[in-house]
Design a protein around this ligand. Sequence first.
Ligand code: UD1
Length: 471
Amino acid sequence: MQDHSSLKPQQDLSLDVLILAAGLGTRMRSARAKVLHELGGRPLISHVVHTAAQLHPRTIFIVVGHQAPEVEKAVRTETGDENVAFVTQAEQRGTGDAVMAAKTELETADSTLLVLSGDVPLIRPETLAKFIDSHKARGATCSILTVRLENPFGYGRIVRDNEDRFMRIVEQKDASVDEKQIREINAGIYCFETGPLFRALARVKPSNQQGEYYLTDVPSILLADGEKVNVYLHDDAREVAGVSTRAELAEFENLLRRRTIRKLLVEGVTFIDPSHAYVSAEAEFGKDCIIYPDVMIEGKSVIGDGCIIRSGSRITNSRLGSNVMIKDHCVIIDSDIESNCGVGPFAHLRMNARLEESSVVGNFVEVKKSRLGRGSKSMHLTYLGDATIGEKTNIGAGTITCNYDGKNKHETIIEDNVKIGSDTMLVAPVRVGHGAVTAAGSVVTEDVPPDSLVAGVPAKVKKDLKSSRNK
Ligand code: UD1
């Protein structure tokens, strides 16, 4: 028997996907197009495109309108350039009109077209694969994915005849009192054979309460033409629910978050309070990590074995090695922390900050686009920007790399085994040689020779440490 649940590993050249994403989504009460609102840190449209891509269609068409450039950018970020094409619906005159926008590209494609909505983000590729299989197995011209809802308000209803055969879809605003009682609804997910679809669309009229061109008129037109219309009843209503309001978006966020955390608990991550942890579905964890309440882990972060992340910290698109301790209230963005490092409390790492093995950054330290070498420490109240710091170096409290002259950024290089005294200002570009010491309060404007002690404003060499060390 054929396995309907399996996704095909190769490209299916007989399948195209069309995602409707031109609408503004007035109920979001937003200047931003609805499909750009984020769920789990990614725009809604990105979720749908990601799912569609797993079906390996010939082309994914996206109907854009409101904020088309931004929607295109979000899609490109998700997929790269392959197999994606955009068609524009200049004015939003209904879902039928939206599909019509792709007429030139699809009318003669002779493909099966899967139609999805850009605001239905939780639909699973396995469900769609089964739906497409059913469409093909039944030799249908049109298939409609439906679910039964306790509260069907707002959705198009599936009207059947006395023998339970499909007759038509009626929209909420056009439905009679009896039709409003129908619990089976149109999920807005369809398969069409492209030729008959466009021939039927040409006959859709905006003669309804909303004055729109309804895609939902197409199935009954096809039926009247003697074509086969297949109604596919799915059992998971949550999967096909759309986002219309911010309240629904918040519900979805909660659902996704709980699903991710449940999976991580099974995989061996400890959450002190699972209801107060926020972890991206794309994040990866090693074994035996402990996550305290109110931690946010965003984007494609990778957390190694045995890491502890204390309350109030945010980690975005960053990598932690094993046994890293992140104390409370740290912000770590686009950074790389190797094994056995410590960070915080109240530290800020950003723009490719890199902490090498066993190095430590303490409280109120900011590290930007800088590297702290193996076993080095910067424990208190410091700014390290555009700096490269060697091994076993200690950065004293209150140190600042003065990297910006008002126009350009400059680099600071601090070599191995250096001791930077408290309150040192390092005026970049500047290099501090290995084994050197800066006295507290030095303002270092020139390179410091290796193994020397500098002090003062501006700092001058006071002692050759190599000769005194050799005594
Ligand atoms: C539509 C269906 C309804 C179904 C529901 C499922 C129609 C007429 N009705 O309702 O039967 O129960 O979906 O969620 O199709 N869009 C465009 N251009 C437009 C209009 C809409 O691109 O001119 C896009 C929207 O951005 C959205 C999708 O189409 O992604 C669905 O539009 P929406 O207005 O939410 O559909 P409904 O009318 O609620």
